[in-house]
Ligand binder design. Structure first.
Ligand code: FEC
Length: 307
């Protein structure tokens, strides 16, 4: 009899339909409902993105199915069963843990569909899962980050190298590569949070493997709150680059693994508009989604927590 291992695959979550945007936004704001203006602004962004209103849901479903298949293919001595746990939408992280316990799972590993660790991002997913697991009497271990996994670096480097080909003038007009990730409030720096350093490590590794010398890192998608967020923001970076004389910019969003609002709106619509106004040629690397190299990254990271 094979040993059954539960895998809690955690992700940000997205509304199921437009009439659930308010509840979703209220959850992100820790129970404070958005103003009608804020709600309209977010709803408009969902309506503007291509690929359906909520591509993150289907993409996450496919990533979870892909991971289960990869795990069972790579490690046939075990039976892996994947469960979803979302941060801000159903099935919530706690729902996933309860389902594992109900299904008779005794051992489980948790992993987040985001490669870099911050106490405010991955750390908060793990904290919720850990608490629910303790209540349910379930033994769980967690993958904290996998931002330098060789298969992840491979998959990202390939994307950078391939997407550089879209700049037909690249031999005469240099391309600046900008790696990006979701900003967080600056206060994370006070506790020595590894998030910014891990971003630089991934950027360096990808640049080196892709043979890119001209690159920098920039934050994106900062929240609209009074507290300061990590910067520079990518929209400001585009202005600075234009002033420096740069004309070709390739953005590689290393902090995200799927097509969703922060990529399809914040980069493909908002940043593209700023770039067009500045006369810049902006391209973006395609998201990892179910890339087999990303699935292997996840599978090996999960497996490393079993032994
Ligand atoms: O496509 C979708 O439906 C969901 C896209 C989505 C992803 C995502 C990932 C991250 N976030 C992170 C941090 C924050 C912090 C706040 C915050 C707010 C929002 C809002 C929306 C939203 N986030 Fe998000 N995030 C996504 C969507 N995020 C919508 C609310 C409106 C707005 O501010 O634009 C601020 C919350 C607060 O007010 O306290 C902080 C981080 C990630 C990447 C890691 C991860 O995936 O967990 C970090 C995808």
């Amino acid at each position: 009899e094979k040993k059954r291992i539960g895998v809690l695959v955690m992700s940000y979550g997205t509304p199921e339909s437009l009439d659930q945007v308010e509840a979703y936004y209220t959850h992100i704001r820790r129970g404070n409902p958005p103003s009608p203006e804020q709600l309209k602004e977010l709803t408009d962004r969902y309506e503007a993105i291509v690929g359906g209103f909520f591509p993150l849901r289907e993409n996450t479903n496919q990533q979870v199915a892909g991971l289960e298949e990869t795990l069972n293919g790579m490690y046939p001595e075990y039976e892996f069963v994947c469960y979803q746990g979302l941060k801000h939408a159903v099935p919530y992280i706690e729902d996933g843990v309860h389902k594992m316990a109900k299904d008779g799972i005794n051992h489980a590993v948790g992993i987040v569909l985001a490669p870099h660790f911050s106490t405010m991002s991955v750390g908060s997913y793990i904290k919720r899962a850990q608490q629910a697991a303790e209540e349910a009497g379930l033994a769980m271990s967690f993958v904290e980050s996998y931002h330098l996994h060789p298969q992840l670096i491979d998959a990202l480097s390939e994307r950078v190298a391939d997407t550089l080909q879209r700049f037909e003038d690249r031999n005469s007009v240099p391309v600046r590569v900008v790696f990006s990730a979701h900003s967080l409030p600056e206060k994370i720096l006070e506790t020595g949070d590894p998030y910014p350093q891990q971003m630089i490590e991934t950027s360096e590794a990808v640049a080196e493997q892709a043979g890119v010398n001209s690159w920098q890192f920039s934050w994106q998608s900062a929240g609209q709150t009074a507290m300061p967020w990590l910067g520079p923001d990518i929209l400001d970076t585009l202005k600075t680059l234009q002033e420096e004389g740069v004309r070709n910019v390739l953005v590689c969003p290393i902090g995200f693994v799927s097509d969703h609002l922060e990529v399809l709106y914040d980069l493909d619509i908002e940043a593209q508009k700023v770039a067009a106004d500045l006369g810049l040629h902006l391209e973006r690397t395609p998201s990892l989604n179910t890339d087999p190299k990303y699935m292997t990254t996840l599978a090996e990271s999960v497996f490393s927590k079993l032994t």
